[in-house]
Design a protein around this ligand. Sequence first.
Ligand SMILES: Cc1ncc(COP(=O)(O)O)c(C=O)c1O
Length: 388
Amino acid sequence: MPIAPRTPTIQSKLPKVGTTIFTVMSALATEKNAVNLGQGFPDFACDPLLVDAVDRAMREGLNQYPPMAGVLQLREAVAAKIEALHGKRYSAQDEITITAGATQAILTAILAIVRPGDEVIVLEPCYDSYIPNIELAGGTVVRVPLVPGTFRPDFDKIAAALSPRTRAILVNSPHNPSATIWSAEDMQRLQDLLAPTDVFLISDEVYEHMVYDGRAHESAARFPGLAARAFVVSSFGKTYHVTGWKVGVVAAPAALTAEFRKVHQFNVFTVNTPVQHGLARYMAEPRHYLALPAFYQAKRDLFREGLQAKTRFKLLPSEGSFFQCVDISDVSDLPEAEFCKWLTNEIGVAAIPLSAFYADGFDQRVVRFCYAKEDATLRTALDRLARL
Ligand SMILES: Cc1ncc(COP(=O)(O)O)c(C=O)c1O
């Protein structure tokens, strides 16, 4: 008798992971023809000059494997940019690696440094990949809340969470979802706190060019005591309106980069070649990223002014990123997630509940909108929200 085909059962490494609220809300938004201010991506085209640059690279035959660490011209462009903006020189050869988006950079950094039993501190609310990434590496997640309401870091709580088993801390500024940014003083306090430790810093800076009201982005690269222990992560997708291209970068001291690349080499190996050449050529013109704060600040102001004039939402500050959080308590008694579904179904605008960014689903009556949208899209959303 032949043995019947059988599919072995996987004992899940991530038993708590299911369909994310981002997928649920985007599907619901499509079904209901709602304006999707949920998931964080632009609904406008990138600069045609960038598409031309990639197109040219393809036609020039730059279509085979690039070096494992990334196309050198792109690494050099990133090193030059970090030096110009933050005064820190990274070696393009040994300290900069191009990744398949920031998400892969963060997972790779975690896999390179975290061993089973190590503790990794995350500050909640946090981007949804951090916790599963730590779990995949066998690490123990230590959750520390940002102060509810203001989303400022609580350094006493962070200090209390540090232990001899702490391997790393993940920090994200400008912050998704709260749209707050860390000040120079915050970064200095983190630097002082970590100074006597061997804790690594993973600094998620994907919204580095979206900081408003004349303020500066305080990269970990600016703080020698942080840069010496940091994987500084960014994403070309966010900066150049091409989230679907999935190209990111990590800057880290040579010893850290060497270990990072060992994991990268046998997971991703290389990231697509013509896009890297196109980005390198496009980055030669700094105004493409220098113009970004004004571009997004205008969208933020349009959206905030509309919300203020037309709705009873209480607006939280939007200091950076392309998100606007609002307190819904004067508008609805529903829990955040129920409210977001109701808003999509009945009002035709999709948002994301902040509870999605907490492992325990903490509900503080706040939801997040994304304003990386055409002005016309934002106006349509505002007209609909005015019905609330
Ligand atoms: C805080 C944060 N980190 C990382 C990422 C992922 O960036 P990428 O698309 O380059 O993987 C995002 C995307 O939404 C994000 O918001």
